[in-house]
Design a protein around this ligand. Structure first.
Ligand code: SF4
Length: 363
Protein backbone atom coordinates (compact mmCIF):
# COMPACT_ATOMS: atom_id res chain seq x y z
CA UNK A 1 0.00 0.00 0.00
CA UNK A 2 1.32 3.48 -0.85
CA UNK A 3 1.78 5.77 2.13
CA UNK A 4 0.07 9.17 2.35
CA UNK A 5 2.24 12.24 1.69
CA UNK A 6 1.96 14.79 4.50
CA UNK A 7 4.50 17.12 2.96
CA UNK A 8 7.53 17.79 5.13
CA UNK A 9 7.46 15.28 7.98
CA UNK A 10 9.97 13.61 10.32
CA UNK A 11 9.69 10.29 12.15
CA UNK A 12 7.78 10.68 15.40
CA UNK A 13 8.75 8.97 18.66
CA UNK A 14 6.53 7.22 21.22
CA UNK A 15 4.21 4.86 19.38
CA UNK A 16 3.77 1.14 18.86
CA UNK A 17 2.01 -1.19 16.44
CA UNK A 18 -1.21 -2.94 17.46
CA UNK A 19 -2.20 -6.50 16.63
CA UNK A 20 -5.12 -5.24 14.51
CA UNK A 21 -2.75 -3.38 12.16
CA UNK A 22 -3.28 0.08 13.59
CA UNK A 23 -0.50 2.20 15.13
CA UNK A 24 -1.03 3.67 18.60
CA UNK A 25 0.54 7.02 19.50
CA UNK A 26 1.84 6.95 23.09
CA UNK A 27 2.91 10.57 23.28
CA UNK A 28 -0.15 11.70 25.20
CA UNK A 29 -2.93 9.98 27.17
CA UNK A 30 -5.32 10.12 24.20
CA UNK A 31 -3.49 7.15 22.71
CA UNK A 32 -4.85 7.77 19.21
CA UNK A 33 -5.05 4.53 17.23
CA UNK A 34 -4.54 5.22 13.57
CA UNK A 35 -4.92 3.58 10.21
CA UNK A 36 -2.64 4.52 7.31
CA UNK A 37 -3.04 8.20 6.40
CA UNK A 38 -4.97 9.23 9.52
CA UNK A 39 -4.02 12.14 11.73
CA UNK A 40 -4.30 12.16 15.51
CA UNK A 41 -6.61 14.52 17.37
CA UNK A 42 -3.73 17.04 17.62
CA UNK A 43 -3.74 17.11 13.79
CA UNK A 44 0.04 17.47 13.51
CA UNK A 45 1.00 13.86 14.27
CA UNK A 46 -0.05 11.26 11.78
CA UNK A 47 0.47 7.74 10.60
CA UNK A 48 2.53 7.44 7.43
CA UNK A 49 3.20 3.89 6.32
CA UNK A 50 4.10 1.77 9.33
CA UNK A 51 5.12 4.66 11.60
CA UNK A 52 4.06 7.92 13.25
CA UNK A 53 5.36 11.19 11.86
CA UNK A 54 5.44 14.81 12.99
CA UNK A 55 4.22 17.03 10.17
CA UNK A 56 5.26 20.44 11.58
CA UNK A 57 8.99 20.00 12.28
CA UNK A 58 10.91 23.20 11.54
CA UNK A 59 7.85 25.34 10.93
CA UNK A 60 6.35 28.00 13.15
CA UNK A 61 3.39 30.37 13.34
CA UNK A 62 5.81 33.18 14.18
CA UNK A 63 8.52 34.37 16.55
CA UNK A 64 8.26 37.11 19.12
CA UNK A 65 10.33 38.59 21.94
CA UNK A 66 8.15 38.66 25.06
CA UNK A 67 8.71 39.49 28.71
CA UNK A 68 9.37 36.26 30.66
CA UNK A 69 6.58 37.39 33.01
CA UNK A 70 4.12 36.83 30.16
CA UNK A 71 4.62 33.02 30.11
CA UNK A 72 3.96 33.55 33.11
CA UNK A 73 7.20 32.88 35.01
CA UNK A 74 7.87 35.20 37.95
CA UNK A 75 10.84 33.37 39.50
CA UNK A 76 12.94 32.67 36.42
CA UNK A 77 15.29 35.46 35.29
CA UNK A 78 12.80 38.28 36.04
CA UNK A 79 12.74 41.22 33.68
CA UNK A 80 14.44 39.36 30.81
CA UNK A 81 13.12 38.76 27.31
CA UNK A 82 12.23 35.32 25.98
CA UNK A 83 12.14 34.36 22.32
CA UNK A 84 8.72 32.73 22.00
CA UNK A 85 7.22 30.60 19.29
CA UNK A 86 4.59 27.98 18.62
CA UNK A 87 3.53 25.75 15.76
CA UNK A 88 -0.05 24.53 15.14
CA UNK A 89 -2.51 22.12 16.71
CA UNK A 90 -3.19 20.93 20.27
CA UNK A 91 -3.91 17.69 22.09
CA UNK A 92 -6.66 19.17 24.26
CA UNK A 93 -9.93 20.64 23.04
CA UNK A 94 -10.53 23.40 25.59
CA UNK A 95 -13.74 25.27 24.79
CA UNK A 96 -12.26 28.38 26.43
CA UNK A 97 -8.96 28.29 24.48
CA UNK A 98 -7.30 31.74 24.60
CA UNK A 99 -4.99 30.92 21.65
CA UNK A 100 -7.46 29.14 19.39
CA UNK A 101 -6.26 30.71 16.15
CA UNK A 102 -3.01 28.76 16.60
CA UNK A 103 -4.12 25.69 18.52
CA UNK A 104 -6.99 24.98 16.13
CA UNK A 105 -5.02 25.86 13.03
CA UNK A 106 -4.47 23.36 10.29
CA UNK A 107 -0.72 23.34 9.81
CA UNK A 108 -0.52 24.87 6.36
CA UNK A 109 -2.78 27.81 7.21
CA UNK A 110 -0.45 29.18 9.82
CA UNK A 111 3.06 27.77 9.59
CA UNK A 112 4.58 30.39 7.34
CA UNK A 113 7.98 30.65 9.01
CA UNK A 114 10.67 27.98 8.65
CA UNK A 115 13.55 27.78 11.11
CA UNK A 116 16.13 25.19 12.05
CA UNK A 117 16.93 24.65 15.75
CA UNK A 118 20.34 26.29 15.23
CA UNK A 119 18.79 29.35 13.57
CA UNK A 120 16.43 29.82 16.52
CA UNK A 121 19.27 29.51 19.03
CA UNK A 122 21.37 32.04 17.08
CA UNK A 123 18.43 34.45 16.88
CA UNK A 124 17.98 34.23 20.66
CA UNK A 125 21.63 35.12 21.23
CA UNK A 126 21.54 37.92 18.65
CA UNK A 127 18.43 39.46 20.15
CA UNK A 128 19.67 39.26 23.73
CA UNK A 129 16.95 36.82 24.84
CA UNK A 130 18.06 34.72 27.81
CA UNK A 131 15.67 31.92 26.99
CA UNK A 132 13.52 30.39 24.26
CA UNK A 133 9.91 29.48 25.05
CA UNK A 134 7.79 26.81 23.39
CA UNK A 135 4.39 28.40 23.78
CA UNK A 136 1.20 29.63 22.01
CA UNK A 137 0.29 25.98 21.36
CA UNK A 138 1.29 22.94 23.42
CA UNK A 139 4.90 21.89 22.70
CA UNK A 140 4.22 18.32 23.78
CA UNK A 141 2.77 17.63 20.33
CA UNK A 142 5.91 18.86 18.55
CA UNK A 143 8.27 17.15 21.00
CA UNK A 144 10.92 16.18 18.43
CA UNK A 145 11.29 19.78 17.21
CA UNK A 146 11.15 21.27 20.74
CA UNK A 147 13.82 18.88 22.03
CA UNK A 148 16.15 19.66 19.11
CA UNK A 149 15.65 23.41 19.54
CA UNK A 150 16.32 23.03 23.28
CA UNK A 151 19.59 21.19 22.60
CA UNK A 152 20.74 23.89 20.17
CA UNK A 153 19.85 26.59 22.72
CA UNK A 154 21.79 24.95 25.51
CA UNK A 155 24.83 24.72 23.22
CA UNK A 156 24.95 28.51 23.13
CA UNK A 157 23.95 29.17 26.73
CA UNK A 158 20.28 29.99 26.11
CA UNK A 159 17.75 28.51 28.54
CA UNK A 160 14.53 26.74 27.57
CA UNK A 161 10.95 27.20 28.73
CA UNK A 162 7.87 25.04 28.13
CA UNK A 163 4.38 26.47 28.43
CA UNK A 164 2.19 23.39 28.49
CA UNK A 165 -0.96 21.76 29.79
CA UNK A 166 1.16 18.84 31.00
CA UNK A 167 -1.01 16.32 29.18
CA UNK A 168 1.58 13.78 28.04
CA UNK A 169 2.38 10.13 28.57
CA UNK A 170 4.84 8.68 31.04
CA UNK A 171 7.26 7.51 28.38
CA UNK A 172 7.59 10.92 26.73
CA UNK A 173 7.71 13.14 29.76
CA UNK A 174 11.25 12.30 30.87
CA UNK A 175 12.70 13.25 27.47
CA UNK A 176 10.54 16.35 27.22
CA UNK A 177 11.23 17.84 30.64
CA UNK A 178 14.92 16.88 30.63
CA UNK A 179 15.18 19.39 27.77
CA UNK A 180 13.42 22.21 29.68
CA UNK A 181 15.00 24.55 32.23
CA UNK A 182 11.61 25.93 33.28
CA UNK A 183 7.97 25.10 32.74
CA UNK A 184 4.69 26.79 33.36
CA UNK A 185 2.08 24.06 33.50
CA UNK A 186 -1.65 24.82 33.33
CA UNK A 187 -3.78 23.32 36.04
CA UNK A 188 -7.02 24.19 34.32
CA UNK A 189 -9.39 23.24 37.09
CA UNK A 190 -9.55 20.84 39.96
CA UNK A 191 -12.31 18.40 39.03
CA UNK A 192 -12.35 15.53 36.58
CA UNK A 193 -15.69 16.89 35.40
CA UNK A 194 -14.08 20.19 34.32
CA UNK A 195 -11.33 18.45 32.36
CA UNK A 196 -13.74 15.96 30.79
CA UNK A 197 -16.51 18.43 29.90
CA UNK A 198 -14.47 21.42 28.76
CA UNK A 199 -11.14 19.94 27.57
CA UNK A 200 -11.86 16.24 26.88
CA UNK A 201 -8.83 15.50 29.05
CA UNK A 202 -8.13 14.15 32.50
CA UNK A 203 -7.14 15.90 35.72
CA UNK A 204 -5.24 12.90 37.09
CA UNK A 205 -2.85 12.85 34.14
CA UNK A 206 -1.97 16.52 34.73
CA UNK A 207 -1.51 16.02 38.48
CA UNK A 208 0.89 13.16 37.69
CA UNK A 209 2.91 15.46 35.43
CA UNK A 210 3.07 18.19 38.08
CA UNK A 211 4.34 15.74 40.71
CA UNK A 212 6.83 14.30 38.25
CA UNK A 213 8.27 17.68 37.26
CA UNK A 214 8.54 18.89 40.84
CA UNK A 215 10.06 15.76 42.35
CA UNK A 216 11.94 14.03 39.54
CA UNK A 217 13.41 16.75 37.33
CA UNK A 218 15.56 19.88 37.63
CA UNK A 219 12.99 21.93 35.70
CA UNK A 220 11.85 25.08 37.50
CA UNK A 221 8.05 24.80 37.88
CA UNK A 222 5.28 27.39 38.06
CA UNK A 223 1.55 26.71 37.69
CA UNK A 224 -1.25 28.70 36.05
CA UNK A 225 -4.98 28.39 36.62
CA UNK A 226 -7.25 30.44 34.36
CA UNK A 227 -10.33 31.23 36.45
CA UNK A 228 -13.57 31.03 34.47
CA UNK A 229 -16.69 32.49 36.11
CA UNK A 230 -19.08 29.72 37.13
CA UNK A 231 -16.81 26.89 35.94
CA UNK A 232 -13.77 26.62 38.24
CA UNK A 233 -13.84 29.73 40.44
CA UNK A 234 -15.70 28.54 43.56
CA UNK A 235 -13.88 29.09 46.84
CA UNK A 236 -14.12 25.36 47.53
CA UNK A 237 -12.45 24.36 44.28
CA UNK A 238 -9.72 27.00 44.65
CA UNK A 239 -9.05 25.81 48.23
CA UNK A 240 -8.89 22.17 47.13
CA UNK A 241 -6.49 22.99 44.29
CA UNK A 242 -4.26 25.10 46.55
CA UNK A 243 -4.21 22.46 49.29
CA UNK A 244 -3.15 19.85 46.74
CA UNK A 245 -0.29 22.06 45.51
CA UNK A 246 0.80 22.76 49.09
CA UNK A 247 0.65 19.12 50.17
CA UNK A 248 2.05 17.42 47.06
CA UNK A 249 4.42 20.04 45.66
CA UNK A 250 5.27 22.22 48.66
CA UNK A 251 5.03 25.94 49.46
CA UNK A 252 7.65 27.20 46.99
CA UNK A 253 5.91 26.43 43.69
CA UNK A 254 4.47 29.73 42.37
CA UNK A 255 0.77 29.64 41.52
CA UNK A 256 -0.78 32.15 39.10
CA UNK A 257 -4.52 32.82 38.93
CA UNK A 258 -5.21 34.55 35.62
CA UNK A 259 -8.21 36.29 34.09
CA UNK A 260 -10.32 34.64 31.38
CA UNK A 261 -11.79 36.59 28.48
CA UNK A 262 -14.62 35.19 26.33
CA UNK A 263 -13.11 33.29 23.40
CA UNK A 264 -13.45 30.34 21.00
CA UNK A 265 -16.48 28.24 22.02
CA UNK A 266 -17.01 29.99 25.34
CA UNK A 267 -18.49 33.36 24.49
CA UNK A 268 -21.30 33.16 27.03
CA UNK A 269 -19.18 33.76 30.13
CA UNK A 270 -18.12 37.22 31.32
CA UNK A 271 -14.45 38.13 31.82
CA UNK A 272 -13.11 37.18 35.25
CA UNK A 273 -13.68 40.07 37.69
CA UNK A 274 -10.45 41.22 39.43
CA UNK A 275 -12.10 40.57 42.79
CA UNK A 276 -12.28 36.83 41.95
CA UNK A 277 -8.54 36.69 41.26
CA UNK A 278 -7.76 38.54 44.49
CA UNK A 279 -10.03 36.20 46.47
CA UNK A 280 -8.32 33.16 44.92
CA UNK A 281 -4.91 34.57 45.84
CA UNK A 282 -5.98 35.04 49.47
CA UNK A 283 -7.39 31.50 49.67
CA UNK A 284 -4.20 30.01 48.27
CA UNK A 285 -1.98 32.06 50.58
CA UNK A 286 -4.02 30.86 53.57
CA UNK A 287 -3.07 27.27 52.72
CA UNK A 288 0.61 28.20 53.20
CA UNK A 289 1.69 28.76 49.58
CA UNK A 290 4.38 31.44 49.54
CA UNK A 291 4.16 32.80 46.02
CA UNK A 292 0.66 33.33 44.67
CA UNK A 293 -0.07 35.81 41.90
CA UNK A 294 -2.93 37.38 40.00
CA UNK A 295 -2.54 37.73 36.22
CA UNK A 296 -3.98 39.54 33.18
CA UNK A 297 -5.02 42.52 35.32
CA UNK A 298 -3.24 45.49 36.92
CA UNK A 299 -2.66 44.49 40.55
CA UNK A 300 0.78 45.46 41.83
CA UNK A 301 0.06 44.09 45.29
CA UNK A 302 -1.03 40.71 43.93
CA UNK A 303 1.74 40.48 41.33
CA UNK A 304 4.73 41.35 43.52
CA UNK A 305 6.90 38.77 45.26
CA UNK A 306 7.24 38.92 49.05
CA UNK A 307 9.74 37.30 51.41
CA UNK A 308 8.21 34.26 53.07
CA UNK A 309 10.16 34.97 56.29
CA UNK A 310 9.88 38.73 56.87
CA UNK A 311 7.25 39.80 54.28
CA UNK A 312 9.54 42.42 52.67
CA UNK A 313 8.77 43.05 49.03
CA UNK A 314 11.42 41.20 46.99
CA UNK A 315 10.26 41.97 43.45
CA UNK A 316 7.77 44.70 42.65
CA UNK A 317 5.72 43.86 39.59
CA UNK A 318 2.86 45.51 37.73
CA UNK A 319 1.57 43.14 35.05
CA UNK A 320 4.80 42.52 33.03
CA UNK A 321 6.83 45.45 34.38
CA UNK A 322 9.37 45.13 37.21
CA UNK A 323 8.83 48.02 39.64
CA UNK A 324 11.21 47.15 42.47
CA UNK A 325 14.04 44.79 43.48
CA UNK A 326 14.82 43.62 47.02
CA UNK A 327 16.99 40.53 46.41
CA UNK A 328 20.71 40.34 47.12
CA UNK A 329 23.24 38.81 44.70
CA UNK A 330 22.51 35.31 46.02
CA UNK A 331 18.79 35.61 45.31
CA UNK A 332 18.02 36.05 49.01
CA UNK A 333 15.97 38.69 50.78
CA UNK A 334 18.11 41.81 51.17
CA UNK A 335 16.39 42.53 54.50
CA UNK A 336 16.56 39.20 56.34
CA UNK A 337 18.62 36.84 54.15
CA UNK A 338 15.91 34.20 53.61
CA UNK A 339 16.25 32.51 50.22
CA UNK A 340 13.63 33.01 47.52
CA UNK A 341 13.10 29.96 45.31
CA UNK A 342 13.79 30.34 41.60
CA UNK A 343 16.55 31.50 39.27
CA UNK A 344 17.67 35.08 39.91
CA UNK A 345 20.62 37.23 38.98
CA UNK A 346 22.12 40.16 40.85
CA UNK A 347 19.73 42.56 39.10
CA UNK A 348 16.55 42.18 37.04
CA UNK A 349 16.54 42.40 33.26
CA UNK A 350 15.40 45.60 31.61
CA UNK A 351 13.15 44.26 28.88
CA UNK A 352 9.93 45.72 30.32
CA UNK A 353 6.50 44.95 28.90
CA UNK A 354 7.45 45.11 25.22
CA UNK A 355 6.38 42.56 22.63
CA UNK A 356 8.54 42.53 19.49
CA UNK A 357 7.88 40.17 16.55
CA UNK A 358 11.06 39.02 14.77
CA UNK A 359 11.80 37.11 11.59
CA UNK A 360 14.30 34.28 11.70
CA UNK A 361 16.42 33.22 8.74
CA UNK A 362 15.40 29.68 7.77
CA UNK A 363 18.82 27.98 7.91
S1 SF4 B 1 -0.02 13.42 20.62
FE1 SF4 B 1 -1.62 13.69 19.06
S2 SF4 B 1 -1.64 11.76 17.89
FE2 SF4 B 1 -0.52 11.37 19.80
S3 SF4 B 1 -2.07 10.55 21.21
FE3 SF4 B 1 -1.95 12.77 21.58
S4 SF4 B 1 -3.53 13.68 20.26
FE4 SF4 B 1 -3.18 11.56 19.53
Amino acid sequence: MESVDFGVSVPGRYWHSLADGRVQCDLCPRECKLHEGQRGLCFVRARQGAQMVLTTYGRSSGFCLDPIEKKPLNHFLPGTSVLSFGTAGCNLTCKFCQNWDISKARADDRLQQHATPEAIARAAVRSGARSVAFTYNDPVIFLEYAVDVAAACREVGVKTVAVTAGYLGEAARSEFFAAMDAANIDLKGFTENFYRKLCTGSLDAVLDTLSYVKHETNTWLEITTLLIPGENDSSQEIAALSEWVMEKLGPDVPLHFTAFHPDWKMQDKPPTPPVTLKRAREIARETGLRYVYTGNIHDELGQSTYCHACSSRLIGRDWYTITGWGLDVQGACASCGALCSGLFESAPGRWGARRAPIVIAAA
